[in-house]
Design a protein around this ligand. Structure first.
Ligand code: HEC
Ligand code: HEC
Length: 712
């Protein structure tokens, strides 16, 4: 019964949008927000190719994919009065907590306040606070054999070394533009740092200069020592690279994680991996990767198109994939409902996994109330990586959904074996280099007793899991206990007592909050615009075609209209179409819209390793600015490097001239992601001489041009 309802809800939503009819539902406005009246709802019913998302006219009755009289998502974010920080906090990156070997000392990096806290978990006190430089944005934390703690400074471009017993900063060493992951390698007593611009850097743990720095590939994330190898994840593509730890060999193995299919998630169409938020070492060897999976088939850019109220129908879902030392990958079920899960921890015995989802920090029933969706979820590792189950909110495979809500009946929650047997087999396609292949007909889903009971949005109460009150960004195990770090307010939650206040300084910013919030349709802006930027995905939209997620670290204000086709006339229209429409969110008030655009535009940008060859950069600049042939600056002009025109440069239609600000921090490139690298933009898919005359440039000149682009 439950499943039938879930299915028909999805089908209804999908069927209603065939033909690209776009309708908006009049969701109720957010409560408690600043003073002004809600924006007019512009309902629209438009046909393909005719500015499908721009509407006018009267409010359309809420009859698309929504039960008559339905009051809106039961998971509406409540954000309170609008606050705009004059010093905007960075986007959430997650994974900033480490428990030291004594099992009692926690070291938490605070990327919002540029500090590191050392906390005694028994006495529940902050024993020291190490102040870093403004804008350092401390991230991953690792300890070495001598008890020193090393923190990657994501924007500081350095590695900070701390004595946790004395609470002092011992050292600060420059490593690369954007350090991300850091690992300690006991053989050799060295540290390996993975950098977003592609360098893998080795340096002595005891202090001293960088020993080795080698470019591996762009967008590196976490690094894990596995014998004489390093396992390195890439963030957006969620690939796993295996590199010899002495970096002697220039060849490395690249593995893409398996894709996933289940009838329980969007009717059995494939989901593919992306955005590997966090990779952790498994006690038994190998690596576990917490990542997103995105829907690979046609998405309707219409009401509920990005996700409705059933978490199994969201187009971005959370999953754990393990890769064993023999390189076999197993990908688990949809950990549905864990919106924007950015960090994961595995217990010392390898049996348990805990995951945090800051996207669920705001969806309370009433202003200031307890969120209805789980922010911390602990389950067995076996359940999180079960290859058979597709999507089940039974407290075991994914958190329970709130009960007693009007939509409660729609969730495939606590599914009995009977119905699961019919639809529960996940068909996991083998990945190009050897993921698991499972014949669905061979699989009998295990009996899963629902453990949900009478809870509201949380998993069944476990004495080892804190009831988190904040916005969780990191999680770690201290023995059996799950310890959670919240960014706002800055807290450490340890089961069995009151939260430990890390700082009383508020970093609240309504734009930041809305950007990271589950809108109601089990997806956040940050699910696709990961770390305030993009997910590197090319989505497939009905009526529109392939559309790469656009970068948001470019300075949007003044570059209207938005989207590749220029069909969103301004940010208010975009919020209406995307947040309220596609993401099933509530109406936003004008000051909330303004705060969101404000935060996106003022968010701290990611730091970079800039090209060192200034002569090449200068030559590239000359070519870029030349008005006769390359003529790049005729379109890519002004402070945002766009003239905001929608033009045909030979790539199959008219597209908005994209901003080139921070171009080296993203990729793939072009509206359909056809250019894997910047060099590829000058190849077959870049539009040829309609896109600036480049056919006469020598290879050296193209390289110079690319070096210049990397400085933008
Ligand atoms: C499902 C993934 C997804 C989600 C969720 C999402 N976006 Fe996007 N975003 C995209 C894609 C894809 C594009 C390009 C769309 C197109 O051209 O049709 C885009 C484009 C944009 C642009 C246009 C940038 C430009 O230069 O024109 C803005 C602004 C934007 N998104 C903001 C947001 C905000 C704010 C939210 C949350 C309310 C959000 N997005 C949610 C995927 C997403
Ligand atoms: C006539 C206007 C025009 C000129 C001249 C022009 N561009 Fe573009 N550029 C565009 C448009 C439009 C797109 C998007 C096309 C698409 O995605 O299909 C684009 C896309 C790009 C992209 C990909 C951006 C991204 O975010 O994916 C790069 C890089 C780029 N241009 C660089 C250049 C360089 C370098 C030159 C000079 C050789 C140049 N462009 C000349 C209009 C122009």
């Amino acid at each position: 019964m439950t499943k039938t309802l879930a299915r028909s809800f999805f089908v209804l939503a999908a069927a209603a949008s065939v033909g690209c009819t776009v309708e908006h539902q009049a969701n109720p406005p957010l409560e408690g927000a600043g003073g002004t009246s809600p924006i007019d709802v512009t309902g629209a019913a438009a046909v393909c190719g005719n500015n499908a998302m721009i509407g006018g006219g009267p409010v359309t009755p809420p009859n698309v994919g929504v039960a008559p009289g339905f009051p809106g998502s039961p998971f509406t974010p409540r954000v309170g009065a609008t606050r705009t920080s004059s010093d905007p906090p960075p986007a959430i990156s997650g994974g900033t907590l480490r428990i030291l070997k004594d099992g009692n000392t926690a070291v938490a990096a605070d990327p919002d306040r540029d500090r590191v806290y050392v906390v005694d978990l028994t006495t529940r006190t902050v024993t020291s606070t190490i102040m870093l430089q403004k804008g350092d944005e401390p991230g991953r934390v690792v300890a070495d054999a001598a008890g020193r703690v090393h923190v990657a400074l994501r924007r500081g471009g350095a590695l900070a070394t701390i004595d946790p017993t004395k609470g002092t900063l011992l050292d600060r060493r420059n490593v690369c533009g954007a350090p991300r992951g850091v690992a300690y390698d006991p053989s050799g007593d060295v540290l390996h740092v993975a950098c977003a611009d592609g360098e893998l850097v080795t340096l002595p743990a005891a202090g001293g200069a960088v020993m080795k720095s080698r470019f591996i590939d762009t967008d590196l994330r976490d690094v894990i020592v596995s014998g004489d190898k390093l396992l390195v994840t890439r963030f957006r593509s969620a690939q796993l690279l295996t590199v010899p730890s002495d970096m002697s060999n220039s060849t490395f193995k690249r593995k893409s994680l398996p894709s996933f299919r289940s009838e329980e998630t969007r009717g059995g169409n494939a989901f593919t991996p992306s955005v590997a938020w966090r990779a952790v070492e498994m006690p038994s060897g190998g690596v576990a990767i917490l990542h997103q999976r995105g829907f690979d088939s046609l998405v309707e850019p219409s009401f509920g198109g990005y996700g409705g109220f059933s978490p199994c129908d969201a187009i971005v879902q959370t999953a754990v994939t393990t890769v064993a030392p023999d390189s076999k990958a197993h990908t688990g079920p949809s950990l549905s409902g864990m919106v924007l899960a950015v960090d994961m921890a595995i217990s010392a015995d390898g049996n348990k996994v805990a995951i945090v989802a800051p996207g669920n920090a705001t969806n309370s029933e009433v202003e200031g109330g307890e969120p209805r969706m789980p922010r911390v979820f602990e389950t067995d590792m076996n359940s999180a990586t079960d290859p058979v189950v597709g999507c089940r909110n039974d407290g075991q495979y994914a958190p329970c959904m709130p009960q007693g809500s009007v939509m409660g009946g729609f969730f495939p929650q606590g599914v009995s074996t009977g119905s699961a047997g019919a639809t529960g087999a996940a068909d996991i396609a083998p990945s190009a280099d050897g993921g698991v292949g499972i014949d669905p007909s061979q699989q009998t889903p295990p009996v899963v007793p629902s453990t949900c009971g009478t809870i509201d949005g949380a998993q069944p109460t476990s004495p080892n899991v804190p009831k988190v009150v904040g916005e969780p960004i990191a999680v770690a195990y201290a023995g059996d206990k799950v310890v959670v770090q919240s960014r706002e307010p800055a807290l450490l939650e340890v089961p069995g007592g009151a939260p430990i206040t890390l700082s009383t300084e508020s970093r609240a910013d309504t734009g930041h909050t809305l950007f990271h919030a589950n809108a109601g349709g089990m997806v956040a802006c940050a699910s696709c615009h990961a770390e305030g930027n993009d997910d590197g995905r090319v989505w497939s939209f009905a009526c529109e075609g392939a559309r790469r997620t656009q970068s948001l670290q470019v300075g949007l204000k003044g570059t209207e209209p938005f989207h590749w086709g220029g069909d969103e006339r301004d940010f208010t229209q975009l919020v209406q179409d995307v947040f309220v429409g596609r993401m099933s969110g509530p109406q936003l008030l004008p000051d909330q819209v303004e705060a969101t655009l404000g935060w996106i535009d003022r968010q701290p940008r990611r730091s970079r390793t800039l090209p060192t060859d200034s002569d090449a950069v200068a030559r590239g600049r000359t070519i870029f600015n030349d008005t006769k042939t390359a003529a790049c600056a005729t379109c890519h002009t002004g402070p945002n490097l766009t003239n905001n025109m929608t033009v045909d440069v030979g790539t199959g239609g008219k597209f908005q001239v994209p901003s080139l600000v921070g171009i080296s921090t993203r990729g793939p490139f072009m509206h359909n992601g056809c250019a894997e690298t910047l060099k590829d933009r000058f190849g077959a898919c870049g539009g040829g001489d309609k896109h600036g005359v480049t056919s006469k440039l020598t290879e050296g000149q193209v390289d110079d041009l690319i070096k210049f682009l990397q400085t933008l």
